[in-house]
Write a protein that binds this ligand. Structure first.
Ligand code: NAD
Ligand code: UGA
Length: 483
């Protein structure tokens, strides 16, 4: 079935653009398709659900928030993700995917039950398991009256031992059933990245199955049969740790590049040239070496932090992981420093901010680098004029308890009008396409590019001051600093 479908789905690889689907599979219970219930209609739950439905399974995505359920049943995702609404609406129409608030009933009906609820960060940086607990309670209750063998799959990112010490005991207690005997358990981390999530779910680069026992592993392998990629079967704890190690390693690559960038700047060396040279080594590869404002998002900051806490709890001092977070926390202020080095005192200055989401192609603002930048500008007495194509409403909600000196613009040009400087925070394509004339409305043409997306030579020819973290262009300033 997957080979047939792959003829109809077209991805432009590397761009993440989904080009449409002409034919959907038929659901044949027990033959090719299975009943799947998913707890959590967020990025992971909904997009994984779409992936399973696309392969002919009957999927119900459940959530405690009724508005999300209603939107999904209308074929619309509760968040912005390229290509998702198109495929989702087709799957809903064909009745391969639906959404529900009645979690216990859906658990009762399903053979596979995926836990995809959030695992956010507590104030002390450790993992918050509140939603994992509530989901496990619903699953246990839903399983109580059912005689069928079901497999419970934890897909949320959870610290090693959580499946064994939190999820299984709660389900056993609520259901009166025994793991291994009455139901199966797997831990199946998700590796999709926002903005390219559909591609991640339909064409994963690997599938990791952590299993409680052989039977659980065999069941989950069957569900994943149509997905063509390497599949690794390990124990529950290894699967939990693979997820944290993967995210921590990617975050380490970014902080490593940022540390090199900060050193490069002092020596008048361009970090982008350096990382191009470094990335050509096949053992390293060029990805995730882009220096700049550092990593934001709903995963790297909270996952590295949760692993730091977990390590300390078991008596390990995670020196590298702490350094990764420390370097990352410093990078947003580097952009403000650069603006100050050109514009002088920022008090009363108007600074345009292009990009509020943590990266392009998403409206997710969790841990966005825009917030520390705007907070620092506010402390320095500057006003930020912010624009983002999708994330303004989410950013307003995210920062509603904060006192920020911020105005919102309806377009790039409006944000730039009369600005003393601009900080480019993310790489939406409408920012990437900016040329020198777009900056004409600025009071002083100072562009601080946190992601190195513009043609600096062309801008400088038109008299625009174009600066970024770890660039050679900062040489004169840096020599001044060193003296
Ligand atoms: P999210 O916050 O977008 O969505 C979680 C959903 O779960 C929410 O809609 C919430 O209402 C719902 N929920 C909470 N309690 C529930 C319950 N008891 N029953 C049913 N639904 C409930 O989260 P997300 O970004 O999809 O992340 C989910 C998990 O996957 C996290 O552990 C995250 O670290 C991990 N992850 C996320 C991504 C990503 O790109 N966002 C990628 C890989 C892994
Ligand atoms: C990340 C991982 O890439 C996914 O594999 C993982 O599944 C997911 O976290 C998760 O566990 O939730 P995501 O957070 O959506 O995905 O986005 P990324 O593309 O990884 O970017 C994260 C942050 O790093 C962004 O703020 C981005 O601007 C920054 N980044 C990325 C850099 O600063 N430099 C780079 O070279 C790459």
């Amino acid at each position: 079935m997957s080979k047939q479908n792959s003829l109809y789905v077209r991805w432009i690889f590397g761009t993440g653009i989904y080009m449409g689907l002409n034919k959907l599979p038929e659901y044949k219970e027990g033959k090719e398709g299975e009943k799947v219930a998913i707890l959590g209609a967020g990025y992971v739950g909904l997009v994984s659900g779409v992936g399973f439905a696309y392969h002919g399974n009957k999927v119900t995505v459940t959530d405690v928030v009724k508005d999300k359920v209603d939107l999904i049943n209308k074929g619309k995702a509760p968040f912005y993700e390229p290509g998702l609404d198109d495929l989702l609406s087709k799957l809903v129409k064909e009745k391969l995917l639906s959404a529900s608030n009645d979690i216990e009933r859906e658990v009762k009906d399903a053979k596979y039950i995926f836990i995809c609820v959030g695992t956010p960060m507590k104030e002390d940086g450790s993992i918050n398991l509140e939603y994992i607990r509530s989901a496990s309670i619903s699953i246990g209750k839903g399983m109580k009256g059912s005689k069928d063998y079901k497999v419970i799959v934890a897909k949320s990112t959870i610290i090693p031992t959580t499946t064994e010490k939190v999820i299984i005991p709660i389900i056993e207690e609520e259901s009166g059933k025994k793991a291994g005997k009455d139901f199966g358990v797997c831990m199946n981390p998700e590796f999709l990245a926002e903005g390219n999530a559909l591609n991640g779910a339909l064409n994963p680069d690997r599938i990791v199955i952590g299993a409680y026992d052989k039977k659980s592993a065999e069941y989950l392998q069957k569900l994943y049969k149509p997905f063509e990629c390497p599949k690794l079967c390990v124990d529950l704890r290894a699967a939990e740790m693979i997820k944290y190690a993967s995210n921590s390693f990617l975050a380490t690559k970014i902080s490593f590049s940022n540390e090199i960038a900060n050193i490069c700047e002092k020596y008048g060396v361009d970090v982008y040239q350096v990382m191009e040279g470094v990335g050509l080594d096949y053992r390293i590869n060029p990805r995730f070496l882009r220096a700049g404002l550092g990593f934001g998002g709903s995963c790297f900051p909270k996952d590295v932090s949760a692993l730091v806490h977990a390590a300390e709890e078991v008596g390990v001092n995670p020196k590298i992981l702490n350094a990764v977070l420390e370097v990352n926390s410093h990078q947003p202020s580097r952009a403000v420093e650069l603006a100050e080095s050109v514009l002088g005192n920022l008090k009363g200055k108007r600074i345009a901010i292009l990009g509020l989401s943590f990266k392009p192609e998403t409206d997710d603002v969790r841990f966005t680098r825009a917030l520390p930048i705007i907070e620092l500008l506010t402390r320095k007495g500057a006003v930020s004029v912010a624009y983002d194509p999708k994330a303004i409403n989410n950013f307003k909600e995210y920062t509603k308890d904060k006192k920020l000196n911020i105005k919102y613009a309806k377009s790039v040009i409006e944000a730039l009008k009369d600005a003393d400087g601009v900080i480019i925070q993310n790489e939406w394509s409408e920012f990437k396409n900016l040329t020198a004339k777009d900056f004409n409305g600025m009071k002083t043409k100072v562009v601080i590019d946190g992601r190195r997306i513009l043609d600096g030579t062309a801008l400088e020819k038109k008299g625009i001051i174009y600066r970024g973290i770890g660039w050679k262009d900062n040489k004169e300033l840096i020599y001044a600093t060193l003296k």
